[in-house]
Design a protein around this ligand. Structure first.
Ligand code: MGD
Ligand code: MGD
Ligand code: SF4
Ligand code: MO
Length: 789
């Protein structure tokens, strides 16, 4: 019990993407407990990790002072000496300036932990601002593993991040579709809202190789073979088109379905290719009543009435300035593209029964509006971009985007952007590492993949990455081939790492900075994302306890570093309050008001739906791009396409004899990614890494529950404990990444992340063969064998 003299402080937990509204119990300057705050829009519950926040904060392993390495990298043991903040900041600034002078600011890569697994969301925009003010286009934060599909890949279909920014309107959905997403583990606030929705009668569809969490409550659980999700989506699209289970008005008016494609070039036929029409803009469709091609321009008011008469099926010969060409509307080509993926054919590829597939397509149609979310299950594959495109096109057919109960861009609180978009020149942006190899990939948006970071550091391609300024990211544990990541980080001239704990990545740094826990710092949160109510909420989180040792918030570090680098003019000369005032100005909410109301202030913002009706979609055609010209221009398929996962049983039959099982992975309930294993309260119930496998697969190998087993891939072997799960297919196993930390209180030693037969899964996975568009790594469908130890 909190006991006497305890104060209750309204706050929110920033430890993961859920960002749960919470009540902190504080006594004698210590955080004693964290509980839910039901009056907060995300405050219905806190999870085990949130409840253990005091133990994370007060853990004896917290970093308390800035440290400088005294032993060379690569030596048997690493030693550190405590230094002052002044010395740390001066040393950092001096190294960064020297490297920028010698090699250009792009030689300095910035990095951070993912905002979904850490409190970096408090300061992410400011870290980006610092990077841009410094002049570097290079930022690494696992974008290709965590956010590509939700945010950036979807821009090639919708011109906007769906479902990353267009969030599922769970309160009003008729049908909720979770595809490779398990919010019961990963985003508590979505899990509670989904249970409410199901209780009020919403239908639920879950696509997951395991029957986890909410799948147990689903109307349809689609047990997909890992990495074959694109085939499943195309199979669903097949059924939807064949049965007319799609929103014809939306598809005609707001997707490029009626536009004609030249079958000879695979390009959309342009209006200026029609004879005698050199000045015309736009594209061409086939007017059905008049049986002739017509120029149509999605940017004009006449477009809607023209395309309402136009064909979305068939083939026609069209006279162009270069002679006749055979053309078909996009929807016809999509239909043909999916023709062979009958429910039965899709079943043979994906393992999802034909009947379940048809029933699911019917539910999606009959229970609209559909709200969906996809996440890690679709992110970490060699064919991620096509998978995402397939699900995006499927979603487009429902016509539910930005509709009540669909995926909605909730109205944000108006603020001044602070990520410094204008501070980086186009010339510098063009230097992003990886942009030449994958021009449509994360590098286009200033994100450097793990693979490209290693190549730049080790092989100096496209140029040498010489320094890393890293806020948290545990790169060694996050990426496939941990040993290569270690070698890459060790090869840097200078590496500064800011963290709460010494991680395997931090251990490779030259300087380590102690970061304050989110419960020890002030942070401004504008919008809690998941609903209009949540998105209207602004909160200035107050510290529940003073920072331990000399720890500082990431924000304070960013502002201090900016001063030392001579960039103070972009950082209000180090005055964080002034910066926040600038950010908040358009909202009308003052810092003083927020400080007085720790639970936060909600604006009364109306939700506006179907905003595309005002300004179209931000794609090249202004329409939802079922047919993507941008992808075609870069040699990628115009329609979403299925390819077998590169390390799967059908692509690599040569490996199947020794590695007959498909290996995927999933997050742990009690830990975020590579963190939190040092906390006894969390570790006690999950002391060892697990691998889930079907009882038949276990029996065939003489494995019983809780046995230690060896997971072997072509790259080595790691250990885990067997967990029998009859809801996973017999040929599939699901492991956990992120294990290396010890827990002194429980007498559990830490484990060397580079040691064979250790517990770091990513040691035996690889960053390649990666997705051709994004560079996403095949962490979720590769081959393995499991044997009893
Ligand atoms: N095999 C496999 N690999 C994966 C994944 C997978 O599912 N399977 N998932 C991938 C995904 S989705 C992601 S996001 C990455 C995760 O990789 P990371 O983004 O590196 O996340 P974590 O492993 O949680 O490590 C976060 C680090 O940041 C520190 N930290 C926590 N809070 C803060 C803070 O507020 N400030 C600072 N400065 N530091 C902080 C922690 O102590 C820890 O050292 O891993 C990826 N790797
Ligand atoms: N407790 C906890 N919460 C977290 C995190 C954490 O580590 N722990 N990490 C945070 C971060 S960084 C992220 S990115 C999010 C991720 O949140 P989620 O995406 O929910 O994370 P996972 O559980 O890794 O993956 C979701 C599901 O994908 C399934 N899956 C695996 N392979 C495939 C496949 O090939 N196809 C399909 N369709 N599904 C597949 C898994 O069985 C799993 O149930 O969670 C955030 N929240
Ligand atoms: S789900 Fe848990 S760790 Fe994540 S914000 Fe909520 S309480 Fe914190
Ligand atoms: Mo993530």
């Amino acid at each position: 019990m909190p006991g006497a003299n305890a104060d209750q402080l309204a706050t929110f937990c920033a430890m993961c993407v859920s960002r749960c509204g919470a009540t902190a119990t504080v006594r004698d300057g210590r955080l004693i407990a964290l509980g839910p705050d039901p009056d907060h829009p995300t405050g219905r519950a806190v999870c085990v990790k949130g409840k253990a926040a005091p133990q994370v904060l007060e853990h004896p392993d917290r970093l308390l002072h800035p440290l400088r390495r005294t032993t060379p990298k690569g030596s048997a043991s690493t030693e550190w000496v405590q230094i002052s903040w002044d010395e740390a900041l001066d040393t950092i600034a001096e190294h960064l300036r020297t490297i920028a002078d010698e090699s250009g600011p792009e030689a300095v890569v910035f990095g951070s932990a993912s905002p979904s697994t850490s409190a970096i969301s408090d300061s992410a925009d400011w870290i980006t601002r610092l990077r841009r003010a410094f002049g570097s286009p290079n930022f690494t934060n696992s974008m290709e593993l965590c956010g590509w599909g939700r945010f950036l890949a979807s821009t090639y279909t919708f011109g906007a991040p769906v479902p990353g920014a267009f969030m599922p309107d769970l309160d009003n959905a008729g049908c909720i579709l979770f595809w490779g997403y398990n919010p019961s583990v990963s985003r508590l606030v979505h899990a509670t809202a989904t249970v409410d929705a199901v209780n009020r009668g919403a239908r639920l569809v879950v696509v997951d190789p395991r029957r986890t969490g909410l799948a147990g409550r689903a109307d349809h659980w689609l047990q997909v073979r890992p990495g074959t999700d694109a085939a499943l989506a195309l199979g669903l699209i097949h059924v939807m088109i064949e049965n007319g289970w799609y929103d014809e008005d939306f598809v005609r008016r707001w997707t490029n379905a009626p536009l004609l494609v030249r079958l000879d070039t695979g390009r959309l036929l342009r209006a200026d290719e029609l004879p005698g029409a050199s000045a015309r803009t736009g594209y061409v469709a086939w007017d059905e009543p008049d049986a002739r091609p017509v120029a149509v321009d999605p940017a004009t008011p006449a477009y809607a009435s023209s395309v309402s008469r136009c064909a979305v099926s068939g083939t026609a010969e069209v006279a162009t300035t270069n002679g006749p060409v055979t053309c078909s509307p996009v929807l016809e080509l999509l239909r043909r593209h999916c023709e062979n993926l009958t429910p039965e054919a899709a079943e043979s590829v994906t393992g999802v029964s034909a009947q379940v597939l048809v029933d699911t397509a019917r539910t999606l149609w009959e229970s609209r509006p559909v709200a969906y979310y996809s996440w890690s299950g679709l992110e970490q594959h060699s064919n991620t971009t096509q998978m995402i495109r397939a699900v995006n096109v499927l979603y487009a057919l429902t016509g539910c985007l930005d509709a009540v109960g669909g995926n909605v861009l909730f109205t944000p609180v108006p603020t001044n952007p602070v990520d410094g978009a204008g501070l980086l020149s186009d010339a510098q942006r063009a230097r992003t590492i990886g942009v030449q190899g994958r021009p449509l990939g994360p590098a286009r948006f200033e994100f450097v993949t793990g693979e490209d970071l290693c190549t730049a550091a080790l092989d100096h391609e496209p140029y040498r990455a010489r320094a890393l300024v890293n806020f948290g990211a545990n790169l060694v544990m996050a990426h496939g081939d941990s040993a290569r990541v270690r070698d890459a980080l060790s090869s840097l001239d200078f590496f500064v790492h800011a963290d709460l704990f010494m991680s395997p990545t931090a251990a490779l740094a030259d300087i380590v900075l102690p970061v304050a826990s989110p419960f020890e710092t002030e942070a401004l949160r504008v919008g809690f994302e998941v609903s209009q109510q949540a998105q209207s909420h602004v909160q200035l989180r107050r510290p529940a306890a003073p920072p331990r040792g000399e720890a500082r918030s990431d924000l304070q570090i960013v502002f201090a570093l900016a001063q030392r680098l001579g960039l103070g003019e972009h950082f209000w000369d180090g005055d964080i309050d002034a910066a926040w005032r600038h950010q908040l100005a358009p909202s009308g909410i003052t810092l003083e008001a927020l400080r007085e109301q720790p639970r936060g202030i909600a604006l009364d913002l109306p939700t506006r739906h179907r905003k595309y009706e005002e300004r179209g979609f931000r794609t090249p055609t202004g329409l939802v791009e079922i047919w993507s010209m941008e992808l075609v221009e870069h040699g990628e398929p115009a329609l979403p396409s299925f390819t077998e996962p590169a390390l799967g049983p059908r692509s690599r039959p040569d490996l199947v004899r020794d590695y007959p099982l498909v290996l995927t992975c999933a997050k742990s309930l009690r830990f975020c990614e590579s963190q939190h294993r040092q906390v006894a309260e969390l570790r006690r119930a999950a002391p060892d890494p697990q691998v889930e496998l079907h009882p038949d697969a276990a029996q065939a190998r003489g494995i019983t529950t809780s046995d230690w087993v060896r997971i072997s891939t072509p790259h080595g072997a790691v250990r885990a404990r067997a967990k029998l799960n009859s809801s996973i297919a017999p040929g599939v196993v699901c492991a956990q990444h992120g294990w290396s930390q010890g827990c002194d209180e429980l007498g559990l030693p830490s484990s060397d992340p580079y040691e064979q037969d250790g517990v770091n899964l990513n040691l035996v996975l690889r960053q390649t063969p990666s997705d051709p568009v994004s560079g996403s790594s095949p962490l979720r469908s590769s081959l393995c064998e499991v044997a009893r130890l």
